[in-house]
Write a protein that binds this ligand. Structure first.
Ligand SMILES: Nc1nc2c(ncn2[C@@H]2O[C@H](COP(=O)(O)OP(=O)(O)OP(=O)(O)O)[C@@H](O)[C@H]2O)c(=O)[nH]1
Ligand SMILES: [Mg+2]
Length: 228
């Protein structure tokens, strides 16, 4: 039985984090770690009541939250074999986790990306700018790294040792693509699995805002060229 830990970055997701944690198949997961990124709502209480371990990250940024989550599992006596990342806004379907774990457990893959592009999406779940950004980024990765990803999706699983070997750095929106291009550079075994995607609960912070989209888009393209 593989030791699987889950890391969920959270900034003001009180309306959704309880549902996310509730839908995670408990029988296959060891610990759910919610990284609280300076939330000003009740996200922490809701997450704790739902059975998660909550760690605080005082530096804003999606990447910073993920890095804090890794720091937490690094300090554990028993390290996980596999790490799962998903968002706290209930746009991912945690119950689909077994399908993402399968390629690692059965076929020794290193990194499995949940693709919203090849999976089923609720209408309006991914805004046009996010769809375009995804298409542009994955086209550039195919062009310059020679591998076809169809998404930079947040719902993903990776072998713990493989993640450690990537020495992740990005503190904001470049985190997901950094993991994918570094994995390709290192020759890790990567694969995608279709996942469902629905509209987030609560107000959009990134893709629904012009500034969020532009900042994320710039950082993603910059990261693709940084690791060439
Ligand atoms: N935006 C943002 N999200 C953070 C931060 N730290 C943690 N998160 C969490 O990171 C996950 C992804 O952020 P989202 O805001 O959902 O980003 P997105 O899915 O690209 O865009 P929207 O869902 O449209 O806002 C969510 O669980 C957030 O709560 C942060 O500093 N900024
Ligand atoms: Mg979201």
């Amino acid at each position: 039985m593989k030791n699987v830990d889950v890391i969920i970055p959270v900034y003001n997701e009180e309306g959704s984090i309880g549902l996310v944690i509730g839908d995670i198949p408990k029988e296959i997961v060891n610990e759910v770690v919610v990284v609280n990124n300076l939330s000003t709502d009740n996200s922490v209480e809701v997450a704790k009541r739902a059975g998660a371990t909550v760690v605080d990250q005082d530096k804003r940024g999606y990447g910073n939250a993920c890095l804090k989550g890794i720091e937490y599992v690094d300090a554990k006596a028993v390290k996980p074999d596999i790490l799962v990342f998903l968002d706290g806004d209930y746009s991912d379907h945690p119950e689909e986790l077994p399908a993402l774990l399968k390629p690692i457990i059965e076929d020794d893959y290193d990194l499995v990306i949940g693709s919203r592009t090849t999976g089923s999406q609720e209408k309006g779940a991914m805004l046009p700018q996010a769809v375009f950004g995804n298409f542009l980024a994955t086209s550039l990765i195919r062009l310059f790294y020679g591998f076809t990803f169809t998404d930079l999706g947040p719902f993903r699983v990776i072998k713990y040792e493989s993640l450690k070997s990537l020495e992740m750095q990005d503190t904001t929106f470049g985190w997901t693509v950094e993991m994918q291009v570094k994995a390709l550079k290192k020759g890790l075994k990567c694969i995608e699995v279709p996942v469902s995607y629905r509209k987030r609960i609560g107000v959009s912070k990134i893709t629904g805002t012009l500034t969020g989209t532009v900042k994320a888009g710039y950082k993603i393209i910059w990261t693709i060229f940084k690791y060439l």
